[in-house]
Design a protein around this ligand. Structure first.
Ligand SMILES: Cc1ncc(COP(=O)(O)O)c(C=O)c1O
Length: 391
C-alpha cells in the first residue's frame, strides 16, 4: 500500500511516491525495465503496458514521484528539457500568440524564434517584473500562453507567479513556468496558479550531470491527456535508464538543495565585498520588490548566482573572463547547471550565444557577466578557488 502523498514531507515523497516494492520480485528499488515491448496474454489483454514509447514502469514511477513533488496530478517526461518545452508549444495553433519573459534560457528563445515563428506562433518578450505592464503592452486577442522562467537565466530575476497567472487567466491564457532553477524543493508554481510546470531534469533533478531529461507537470486533465498523446505520438520520450537515474537523483534533491544554497549564500557574501566585482545577481537581490516575491513564493533563493566583473577600460572583457576562468581549479568551465560539482559559464558566449548581440545587450547580458552553478563541495574551498581566480 502506498502512503497518502499529501501527508508526507518533501524528501519522503521523493523516496516513496510511485515506488512500492516491485510487484514481480519484491525489489525495493524500482527496477530498470529495459524492454521495448510487453507480452500480451490475448488480443488486447495486457497489464497496462503495450509498447515502450507509450509507457514504461520505471518511467511511470518517476512520473508519479515528480507529480507529487510539484503538488500536481500528472507528470509527462521527455528526452530533454527542450523536448518538454517543445511539447508545451505543440499545443498551440498557427496564429496563436505567446507572451514570454524577456530574460529566458537561450535555447527556449531559439525554439520560439527559429521553429515556432515559422509555424505562425509569434512570441513577444516582456519585462515580467511588472504584472500590469504585461497586460497593457503585450496581450493580444490571439494570446494563448504566458511563458515564464523564475528565477531567470542568467540574471536571476523573479516574477510574481500568482499576480501574473491571475492576469493571464483573465485573458483566457494559460500559464507555463520553467521551474528548473528553483526546483520543486524551493518553489511549486501550480500552488500559485500556473497551469503547467516545465523542468530540465538534466539539472538539479538528475543532480549529477550524467543524464538529460525533461518533464511537464500539470493538474489539468485535458492538458495532461494531450501531453501523453504528444509523448507517444512525437516519440521524444525519456529512456528507461534516464528515468532510473533521475529517480535516484530526486531522492536526494532536498538535502542537495540545502547544501547548494548554503554554499551559494557564502559565495554571494564573498563576491559582494570583492573589489573586482561590479555586481552580484541572486534571487531577491535587486531590491525590496524582488525580495518580497522571493519571500512569498520561494522557500529559499537557490544556488544559481551571476556576477559582473568590474570593467577595466584597458582590457578586453572576454580576455579578462578567460584569464579568470583559467585560474579556477574547482569550478569547471561548462554548459549546464545543477550538478553536485560547481560550474562556471559565460552566458554571452555560451548559454545565451543564440541571442542576437543587440538582444543580449538590451537584456543586460554583458561580456563581463559570469554565471555560477554552485555545487555541494565545501564552501571554504569554493570561496578560495574564486578568490585566487579573481586576484
Ligand atoms: C532554465 C532552462 N530551461 C530549459 C533548459 C533546456 O533543458 P535541456 O538542456 O535538458 O534540454 C535549460 C538548459 O540549460 C535551462 O537552463
Amino acid at each position: 500500500m502506498q502512503p497518502e502523498r499529501e501527508k508526507l514531507g518533501f524528501t519522503t515523497r521523493a523516496i516513496h511516491v510511485g515506488q512500492p516494492a516491485d510487484p514481480a520480485t519484491g525489489a525495493t528499488i524500482v527496477p530498470l525495465y529495459l524492454t521495448s515491448t510487453y507480452t500480451q496474454t490475448g488480443l488486447g489483454q495486457h497489464r497496462g503496458y503495450e509498447y515502450g514509447r507509450a509507457d514504461n514502469p520505471t518511467r511511470r514511477a518517476l512520473e508519479a514521484a515528480l507529480a507529487a513533488l510539484e503538488n500536481g496530478r500528472h507528470a509527462v517526461t521527455f528526452g530533454s528539457g527542450m523536448a518538454a518545452i517543445d511539447a508545451v508549444m505543440r499545443m498551440l495553433q498557427p496564429g496563436d500568440h505567446v507572451v514570454a519573459g524577456e530574460d529566458l534560457y537561450g535555447g527556449a528563445y531559439r525554439l520560439f524564434e527559429q521553429v515556432y515563428h515559422q509555424q505562425g506562433v509569434l512570441v513577444d518578450y516582456v519585462n515580467l517584473s511588472d504584472p500590469d505592464g504585461v497586460l497593457s503592452t503585450a496581450i493580444r486577442p490571439q494570446s494563448r500562453l504566458l511563458w515564464l522562467e523564475t528565477p531567470t537565466n542568467p540574471l536571476l530575476k523573479v516574477a510574481d507567479i500568482k499576480a501574473l497567472a491571475a492576469a493571464a487567466h483573465r485573458h483566457d491564457m494559460w500559464v507555463a513556468v520553467d521551474n528548473t532553477f528553483a526546483t520543486p524543493y524551493l518553489q511549486n508554481p501550480l500552488d500559485f496558479g500556473a497551469d503547467v510546470i516545465v523542468h530540465s531534469m538534466t539539472k538539479y533533478l538528475g543532480g549529477h550531470s550524467d543524464v538529460l531529461g525533461g518533464v511537464v507537470i500539470t493538474n489539468d486533465d485535458a492538458i495532461a491527456e494531450r501531453l501523453k498523446f504528444l509523448q507517444n505520438t512525437v516519440g521524444s520520450i525519456l529512456g528507461a535508464f534516464e528515468a532510473w537515474l533521475i529517480l535516484r537523483g530526486i531522492k536526494t534533491l532536498g538535502i542537495r538543495m540545502e547544501r547548494h544554497q548554503k554554499n551559494a549564500i557564502a559565495i554571494r557574501k564573498f563576491l559582494e565585498q570583492h573589489a573586482a566585482v561590479e555586481r552580484v545577481y541572486y534571487p531577491g537581490s535587486a531590491g525590496p520588490y524582488q525580495a518580497s516575491i522571493v519571500a512569498r513564493q520561494m522557500r529559499g533563493p537557490g544556488a544559481m548566482l551571476s556576477f559582473e566583473l568590474r570593467p577595466n577600460p584597458e582590457q578586453d572583457p572576454i580576455k579578462r573572463v578567460e584569464e579568470m576562468f583559467s585560474r579556477l581549479r574547482l569550478f569547471a568551465l561548462a554548459e549546464s547547471l545543477g550538478g553536485v560539482e560547481s560550474l562556471v559559464g559565460h552566458p554571452a558566449t555560451m548559454s545565451h550565444a543564440s541571442l542576437p548581440p543587440q538582444v543580449r545587450h538590451d537584456r543586460g547580458i554583458s561580456d563581463h557577466l559570469i554565471r555560477l552553478s554552485v555545487g555541494i563541495e565545501e564552501a571554504d574551498d569554493l570561496v578560495r578557488d574564486l578568490d585566487e581566480a579573481l586576484r
